[in-house]
Design a protein around this ligand. Structure first.
Ligand code: PGA
Length: 258
């Protein structure tokens, strides 16, 4: 049984002070929630103050990016070890905004994933097609290329423990969501490909999120899909009430009678 993971990707929103007051509210709102992993991924300056507030809560901390080298002359970058030392357990890699604006490629993602795993961070690896690629019928090819490229060099045991996120680029921040059926189809494709690249046990244990305009109103149907193991949430993770509703909707989908 895979534990769903609901992650908030705050992008370049919330100052450290705003982030602290957000999680103080959130930790009360989700106190006692079990069976769903809860994660917030603030901008770098908020990580350290949040790690203090989140100690001994059911909310985990992740970063939105990192460098692949353990240290060095890389002005403006941070390493996996630095992130782990201040309390991060996850790191988002290959988000489409990083691919679009900062030259992130599958090769860089695979190097970052290697480094994250070596330092004990769990990568959340994002893949997704653009609207042009979808219209051209290239969704499968693009996803397969990205998954192969990003996982290059990783071992089965490592892949089994990481998180993939299918985020169609056209659904991010647009209010357009992949239909539950379309999202399920791509998530199943990713799982199938991981089964081919590794083995069935690895495919069965890797968690695959969906991301792209996940909101309280569509979370339950998306999260009920058999191959969707949680969500990477942008806009709706910036409001405590919305993020909490998404988390609670996911918990509801786990009830045997639902
Ligand atoms: P969105 O962002 O929920 O605002 O569409 C998702 C993401 O970028 O991870």
């Amino acid at each position: 049984m895979r534990t769903p993971i609901i992650a908030g990707n705050w992008k370049m929103y919330k100052t450290p002070r705003e982030a602290v007051s957000f999680v103080q509210e959130l930790k009360t709102a989700v106190a006692g929630v079990q069976d769903v992993e809860i994660l917030v991924c603030p901008a770098f300056p908020a990580l350290l103050p949040l790690s203090v507030v989140l100690a001994d809560t059911n909310i985990k901390l992740g970063a939105q990016n990192m460098h692949w080298e353990p240290e060095g002359a890389y002005t403006g970058e941070v390493s996996a070890e630095m992130l782990r030392e201040i309390g991060c357990t996850y790191v988002i890699l290959g988000h489409s905004e990083r691919r679009q604006y900062f030259g992130e490629t599958d090769t860089k993602v695979s190097k970052k994933a290697r480094s994250a795993l070596d330092d004990g961070l769990v990568p959340i690896i994002c893949v997704g097609e653009t609207i042009d690629e979808r219209k051209a019928g290239e969704t499968q090819t693009v996803i397969q290329r990205q998954v192969r490229g990003c996982l290059n060099g990783l071992r089965a045991g490592e892949v089994a423990g990481l998180v993939m996120a299918y985020e169609p680029v056209w659904a991010i921040g647009t209010g357009l969501t992949a239909s539950p059926g379309d999202a399920q189809e791509v998530n199943a494709l990713i799982r199938h490909l991981i089964g081919e690249l590794y083995d069935r046990a690895t495919a069965a244990s890797v968690r695959i999120q969906y991301g792209g305009s996940v909101k309280p109103g569509n979370a339950a149907t998306l999260m009920s899909q058999p191959d969707i193991d949680g969500a990477l949430v942008g806009g709706a993770s910036l409001k405590v009430a919305d993020f909490t509703r998404i988390i609670k909707a996911t918990v509801e989908t786990l009830k045997p009678w639902s």
